[in-house]
Design a protein around this ligand. Structure first.
Ligand code: HMG
Ligand code: MG
Length: 318
């Protein structure tokens, strides 16, 4: 396969979703102190973009309540930028008051999902977002546009690649600096992801795009390859594979951050992330949530660390 972009020798920017997309769909809720510790550990592992929380209705997503208190407690030293997900003006005002470094607005390619998620149609969401993007940009705050259901919608079925490119262009025209292309329910394979990316890249340069693959069918890592081959260098991922979307029935979390880092380092690409620290964080948060670690790489590194510990603890024969 001839590709314009070499997947080696490149730096990839990871956007850590665990504290937001991850925790929003976990049955057990972490305390504020635990959420803060999670974010601190992720930043210490080298992640430079972390989505901290969401200013959405706490009745709809109780796991994201107290995001304002979380932002207030964040350590603001170091290079990490902290983002917030926002659905409307009320959310934007709360995110600005919380001093979020970046705002994420979210809509989709399909009305079925958009209505289930935020109670309005896609067109209505664009009308709602236009003044929000302007307000944030006037304050010098970057706005990321999430575009969900780029492969298929849990309510409306498959999405045409041309629909994705048209929607991504409209979000850019509103003033978003980056579009995160979401396979919300994780049904894509490279066979459907590649044509979708080709359609979008026909209109938009790779540098303005991120990929946001949920791993429901175990295709998340495979789907990253066509994105990397096409020059996309921003990847959303979630430590320990936490989460999913409460309004996308059956969807599991984003592709695990540990898997993504392992893959990229294996390809000779750099992420700035310390995989051991990241994997220890994935194990830590899985234990706090009382769920199995959703990262195979995390499981393997944890098992290795346990074996080493057991060997070191064995009494000396002498
Ligand atoms: P609504 O009920 O239509 O809103 O919800 P409303 O304006 O009629 O207000 C109703 C109540 O909600 C009021 O409170 C408002 O104050 C409150 P009450 O008077 O009843 O006590 N409210 C809010 N509270 C806190 N923050 C706000 C806010 N706005 C209203 N910003 C709304 C509309 C959009 C708010 C609601 O549907 C909502 O919060 N939806 C959130 C859905 C969500 O968080 N989904 C998950 C994230 S999206 C995702 O995961 C996909 C993504 O990862 C990409 C991918 O995977 O594809 C990004
Ligand atoms: Mg998501």
């Amino acid at each position: 396969m001839t590709r314009e972009h070499d997947v080696r020798d490149d730096r990839v920017s990871l956007v850590e979703m665990g504290p937001r997309d991850g925790l929003q769909n976990e049955a057990n809720t972490l305390s504020l102190v635990q959420r803060l510790e999670l974010i601190q550990r992720l930043a210490e592992s080298g992640l430079q973009r972390i989505e901290v929380g969401a200013f959405v209705s706490p009745k709809k997503v109780p796991q994201m309540a107290d995001s304002a208190a979380l932002f207030a407690a964040l350590p603001r030293k170091g290079p990490t930028r902290y983002g917030a997900l926002v659905p409307n003006l009320q959310g934007l005002q709360a995110a600005l008051a919380a001093r979020a470094d970046e705002i994420g607005l979210f809509t989709a390619c399909s009305d079925g999902f958009t209505r289930a998620n935020i109670g309005i149609s896609v067109e209505e969401s664009l009308v709602r977002f236009a003044p929000l993007v302007q307000e944030a940009r006037q304050l010098g705050i970057k706005v990321r546009g999430y575009l969900s259901t780029v492969i298929a919608c849990p309510f409306d079925g498959p999405t045409r690649p041309k629909r994705v490119s048209a929607m991504a262009e409209r979000l850019l025209d509103l003033g978003c600096h980056e579009i995160s292309l979401g396979d919300t329910i994780g049904v894509g394979t490279p066979g459907t992801v590649a044509p979708m990316l080709d359609a979008v890249l026909h209109e938009i340069p790779a540098g303005r795009l991120a990929v946001h693959f949920h791993d429901t069918y175990g295709q998340g890592l495979a789907n990253l390859l066509p994105a990397l081959e096409r020059g996309i260098r921003t990847i959303d991922c979630s430590v320990a594979g936490l989460g999913g979307c409460p309004y996308a029935p059956g969807a599991s979390g984003n592709v695990a951050s540990e898997e993504v880092v392992y893959l990229l380092h294996g390809l000779g690409m750099s992420t700035g992330v310390d995989l051991d620290k990241l994997a220890a964080t994935g194990q830590w948060v899985s234990e706090r949530l009382g769920r199995p670690n959703g990262s195979r790489v995390g499981q393997a590194l944890h098992a290795n660390a346990e074996r080493l510990r057991a060997r070191l603890c064995q009494p000396s024969p002498h």
